[in-house]
Design a protein around this ligand. Structure first.
Ligand code: CP3
Length: 345
């Protein structure tokens, strides 16, 4: 039964007549039903930690659109919170955290084995979803990649250029590397529990990988993802892993092998034609329609969707956006994208 799911077939390397489809941030503010449930929960973090409501918002886009995969509703910043950091969201601005920039602050964080009490509601969300999802829908669990999560922990907020994290990496490499190691080890424990609870695929979000230059990219984007992937696959044989080092550019080539991932997710900064030869030759790819088409719609959306489907049609492909859908997107444009993908070439 499981082997029939289209996402799992694509992840196993099969070229399908039409690509399976899901969408980053598919449960989000562009949907009125999401906004209603979020209001019911009170705020974003209360929604993440309310297993029933988090499962409800995860299911909303599945009911509305019949996506081939659903992604657990949570956030990459719950892990630093479980490690003992303060986390809150400023309305209209984004996440805020207490910071870690010294060896003493690093030493004061919890260990990788002490995160599960805080994260228990997330595991419960996964268990609810694995019971309630339609049998053809694949359940994806996720975490942030160590570098991306570290950029928020070091700066205490999102930053346009990840400047504070780069600065710590230069000024105190040992502390920086210690943060990356703690995150790598605790991410393995976190994701492993998601799989124990029913996640069928794992995705690692490295939203800021593109700002790692030179050898830093290999050391702090590729190596932690490789370690996480290898550890998960050792514990859960056959588990498919999707890696998303956003902004990797021409460094996307060869990443299936370097990370050991079954699928490389592509942002819209690389052309599908280039990626079909340079990246898809290594295995399944996911992506990479620019999210702005979900705002603008029309014939451009249809043309661009078809172009991407055609470019990746000779190999395993999961259709997705190049980054998360934005709150100003139109739900009708999402339907138009899905219809265009499913109508085939
Ligand atoms: O994709 C999904 O539907 C699953 C849920 C999910 C969320 N965040 C929910 C969310 C996932 C996979 C994430 C990942 C995430 N979170 C990333 C990596 C992917 C990416 O987008 O680059 C990052 C960097 C974060 C950290 C984060 N969370 C930021 C910077 C923000 C604020 C920006 C914004 O969009 O408001 C969030 C909040 C967040 N996470 C929202 C959602 C639905 C919006 C919160 C709200 O409802 O107000």
């Amino acid at each position: 039964m499981t082997a029939q799911k289209t996402i799992l077939r694509a992840l196993a390397g099969e070229t399908l007549p039409t690509p399976p489809i899901w969408m980053m941030r598919q449960a989000g503010r562009y949907l009125p039903e999401y906004r209603a449930t979020r209001a019911q929960a009170g705020d974003f973090l209360s929604l993440c930690y309310n297993s029933e409501l988090a499962a409800e918002v995860t299911l909303q886009p599945i009911r509305r659109y019949g996506f081939d995969a659903s992604i657990l509703f949570a956030d990459i910043l719950l892990l630093p919170q479980a490690l003992g950091m303060d986390l809150w969201f400023e309305t209209g601005e984004g996440p805020r955290l207490s910071t870690v920039t010294t060896p003493e602050q690093l030493a004061a964080l919890r260990s990788k084995d002490d995160i599960h009490d805080t994260l228990a509601p997330v595991y419960e969300t996964v268990r609810i979803l694995s019971r309630e999802l339609p049998s053809e829908t694949t359940l994806i669990g996720f975490a942030g990649a160590p570098w991306t999560v570290a950029t928020y922990m070091i700066a205490g907020r999102g930053t346009p250029d990840q400047g504070p994290a780069h600065a710590l990496k230069s000024a105190d490499r040992a502390t920086f590397a210690g943060i990356i190691d703690l995150l790598t080890d605790s991410t393995i424990e976190y994701l492993s529990k998601q799989v124990d609870s029913g996640a069928e695929v794992i995705k690692i979000f490295d939203s800021w990988a593109g700002s790692l230059l030179g050898d830093d990219f290999a050391q702090f984007a590729v190596e932690p993802a490789r370690r996480i992937t290898a550890a998960l696959k050792a514990r859960h044989p056959g588990l498919p892993v999707i890696a998303f080092p956003r902004g990797a550019g021409d460094r996307y080539a060869g990443l299936h092998d370097a990370i050991g991932a079954d699928c490389i997710a592509l942002d819209d900064g690389v052309s599908a034609e280039w990626a079909a030869s340079a990246v898809q030759s290594g295995g399944c790819v996911q992506g990479n329609l620019a999210s702005r088409y979900m705002v603008t719609g029309g014939q451009d959306l249809v043309d661009e969707t078809r172009r991407i489907v055609r470019a990746f049609s000779k190999g395993p492909h999961i259709f997705n956006l190049g980054h998360g859908i934005t709150p100003d997107a139109s739900p009708d444009n999402v339907q138009l994208m899905i219809d265009t993908v499913r109508e085939g070439l």
